[in-house]
Structure formats: C-alpha cells, structure tokens
Design a protein around this ligand. Sequence first.
Ligand code: DHB
Ligand code: FE
Length: 292
Amino acid sequence: MAKITASVYTSHVPAIGVAIDQKKTQEDYWKPVFAGYDCSKQWLQENPPDVIFLVYNDHATAFSLDLIPTFAIGTGAQFRPADEGWGPRPVPVVKGHPELAAHIAQSVIQQDFDLTLVNKMEVDHGLTVPLSLLCGERDPLQGAWPCPVIPFAVNVVQYPAPSGRRCFALGQAIRKAVESYDEHLNVHIWGTGGMSHQLQGARAGLINREWDKAWLDQMIADPAACAARPHIDYVREAGSEGIELVMWLIARGAMPDIVDGKVQGPAPVVKHRFYHVPASNTAVGHLILEPA
Ligand code: DHB
Ligand code: FE
C-alpha cells in the first residue's frame, strides 16, 4: 500500500526562482528567505519520498483564458519547465509517475471529483519554485529532482475558484486513492502558493501578517473550520492572490487525522514552521507536517 507520510506547504514567487538561478541567495535581501528552508532541505534528504504529489497553480502558462480546468492532474511521463518570458528556468525536467497518477485519477473521479487529465503540459514557477526551495539548486542537464512528481493544478487565477471546503474534501479523496495503490510507495503531498499578497489594483502590495499567522494556526489545529472560510475572507484579508492558500487545504485534508471531514486523530507534528515578509510582493509561509 502507498502511504502519505508528510505534507509540505510553501509559498511560490517567480523572483525566488530568479534569485536561485542567478546565484543571489546570499544577498542581504534574499538570505533570510532561503535560511528558512535550510532545515527543510535537510529534512527532505533524511525523509526522502518515492513520489511528490505537488498541488500548485498554473499562472496562465499551460492553461490560458481559453481553457481553465478547476482541478487538473498531470498523468504524463515528464513535464518541461515553461518559458514565462525570460526563457525556461535552468532546472531539470520534472519526471512524472504516470501509473500512480492514473490510479489517483481513477479513484478520485470515482469519488465524484471531476479531474481534468493532462498528458502533456509545461510547468511554471508555481511548481518549480517550491521544488527549488526544498531541493536546492539542480543542474538542468546532469541533475534531476529527487523523485517523480505528480503535478496537480488548481484554478485560483480566474473566478470562480474552488472553495476551501471543496479543496479540503478533495485532499481526503486523494489520501484514499493513494492508500488503495498496491505498490509500497512513500508519498509526500505538497500544498503551495500564498500567503497574503495582491499583485494588482489599488491594494497592490498588500500583506497581512496577523491574518496569515492566525490562518496557519487554524489550518494546523482546526482545518475543518479553516476550510469553511468563504473566498471573500481571503480576498479581503489576504489580497486577491491570497486565494492561492486554498491549495494548502488539499494537502491538509490528505493528512490521516482527518476522517469524514473532521479531525479524528492526534494533530500532525509540526516539523518546521517559517514565515517571512517580504519576498517580492508576497508573504512567504512554509510548514512541514508529519502524521502523529
Ligand atoms: C508574485 C507572487 C506570485 O504568487 C506570483 O504568482 C507572481 C508574482 C510576487 O510576489 O511577485
Ligand atoms: Fe502565484
């Protein structure tokens, strides 16, 4: 049986990828951001997954306003880093896990979540920046990511985005799917994006530290209540792009203390928690949770 052995949460920001690729991580501005991931890199080496199920959002890169799937699972064998305007990031091609992805698609769709199957797509900073933060610099040609990655894209760019409640329920379905896979695989689920940020309009640059910290506390300890928060809370308190945080609830819903939508077991162990403002326009949040 495959098993989810940890959930990892982190913000993404394109400028973080640029700082890594241009070797600026030790500059004064960036140093404290990357310092928050030093022990996470160590942790990932000591707790290596066989597969990472990586929940992220595409930013009109693979999908455009022409076609907007709410939930899309990458079932392909590989996913190339996309050109977001400055050439593709110099990072390795992401290898998928088509067998596990197909199994999860089968199981989750039969649990009544209508996923879009994606056999071919390129992945943007939403996926490659979290990988870089936890895996460090990797040579694009000689190097590789530590394990196969199943990309799982969520629409949080164009309204209507899915509710936190829907994302939380989906996480539970994903755990059931993983646990019904025959092969022994150690799977990590990552929830990415957020925290507070707004890139557009009159409130561009908005950051809300108090709200972010309270949201993290609630997401860890009372995820069902966190999942019940309406979209308007995110937009009002965490800015228009703060809605990316609903993706964290997919990873949280996949933790084993959640049964039938409620906390029914001991809370997960917080292996690491980090918060830093700012990275570009974004409040960076990062968590590692392991089942108790
Ligand atoms: C920034 C943050 C994002 O989430 C994103 O997708 C693009 C830019 C930023 O802070 O610059
Ligand atoms: Fe984003």
